[in-house]
Ligand binder design. Structure first.
Ligand code: FE2
Ligand code: FE2
Length: 359
């Protein structure tokens, strides 16, 4: 019996192959080729606002919210990544939702965390979260933490549109048992709080003698829960502009201001997702990281170069940078982006990695 070459050692007898297959077992050296397969499918991608606008206008005129089938009952156009089939990325879901004057998107709650970023806002367009009406004015960001009741009520005379951003793919793919969902018995939940209540509880004065850390719903964890909260755009812009006057930009992200969890004063806003307002004045240096980045263009135009491909963007476009893809931004003058990332998921496990490409 001669000595076998390494390649021959990998050949399995028909008997062994049968035993493995009939018992749903596979040798590691065959399985390892498939590790990370799902994540590799995600691609750099962009959705132009004019196309999104046409889509949301079309579905708004065709389908009243009241006629939507039971379930989420939201009128939303969902960008689908060219390499995936349900969302813009493998962890972060983005949708563009509309509510016509006089309409209500009925009250419900679920395990996924959500935030709204108002595109066509109005002071009389309200998202009602945990008993409080939050006005949705242009570029406001409002949190809908997991398991809080929420409905969207348009008392204005204009169609309202906003971004919904949820950790839905992560929850559906990795933690399907957490995808609990419930409709409220009423179309509109009772408004039990005065306007400004939630915001006022997370300023420099905090409720005395109150224990923190209660996570809503059937969940447990170690992260400080995110409260219902509205981040007004003027305040974010003021912080950015003060940084421009006084500080140096980050080489990869420009001037970058985080939406912090109001209960901790730190990132991330949600345990699963982090959000930043980024002001760009000049081209950034390339880098890459294992976290996904999704961007919404708040103001300005330019391009983001991903793996040699140029994503040319203008106001209100949405684009996505896949994991491990070298990228840099190149604004045409000054631009402001809303950056969204699943980075906190990696950081929670000490797995976040970032590097600059070799010259
Ligand atoms: Fe919802
Ligand atoms: Fe990046």
């Amino acid at each position: 019996m001669g000595q076998k070459e390494p390649a021959e050692l990998l050949e399995l007898s028909t008997d062994t192959r049968d035993i493995l297959e009939s018992n749903r077992l596979r040798p590691l050296w065959e399985v390892q080729e498939d590790f990370g397969h799902v994540f590799d499918e995600m691609q750099a991608d962009i959705w132009k606002w004019e196309d999104i606008q046409a889509a949301i206008d079309g579905i708004e005129s065709d389908v009243p919210i009241a006629e939507l089938p039971p379930g989420f009952q939201r009128r939303v156009a969902v960008p689908i990544n060219a390499g995936l089939n349900t969302a813009v990325s493998n962890t972060i879901y983005v949708g563009i939702q509309t509510v016509s004057p006089g309409e209500t998107a009925p009250a419900h709650r679920h395990g996924a965390n959500a935030m709204r970023f108002a595109i066509d806002g109005h002071e009389d367009m309200k998202t009602v979260v945990a008993g409080e009406e939050f006005p949705m004015e242009d570029n406001d960001l409002i949190t809908t933490p997991q398991w809080e009741w929420h409905d969207h009520v348009n008392d204005s005379d204009e169609t309202a549109a906003w971004l919904d951003v949820l950790d839905l793919p992560l929850i559906l793919d990795s933690m399907s048992r957490s995808n609990v969902f419930e409709n409220h018995e009423l179309e509109r939940q009772p408004v039990t709080k005065t306007q400004g209540y939630w915001d006022s509880q997370y300023g420099r004065g905090r409720p005395a003698n109150e224990k923190s850390g209660d996570i809503p719903g059937p969940f447990q964890g170690t992260r400080e829960p995110t409260p219902p909260y509205r981040f007004g755009w003027d305040e974010m812009l003021e912080t950015l502009e003060q940084r421009v006057e006084n500080d140096d930009p980050d080489p990869h992200d420009g001037y970058s201001v985080a939406y912090v969890n109001p209960s901790t004063g730190r990132e991330p806003l949600f345990p699963t997702m982090s959000f930043r307002a980024q002001l760009l004045q000049e081209a950034t240096d390339p880098h890459f990281h294992n976290a996904v980045e999704v961007y919404f263009v708040v103001e300005g135009e330019g391009a983001t170069h991903v793996d040699g491909e140029a994503l040319e963007w203008a106001e209100r476009d949405i684009f996505v940078v896949p994991p491990d893809a070298p990228h840099h931004h190149d604004p045409d003058g000054e631009a402001v982006l809303l950056g969204m990332t699943d980075r906190p998921v990696f950081e929670a496990f000490n797995f976040y990695a970032e590097a600059t490409p070799a010259e």
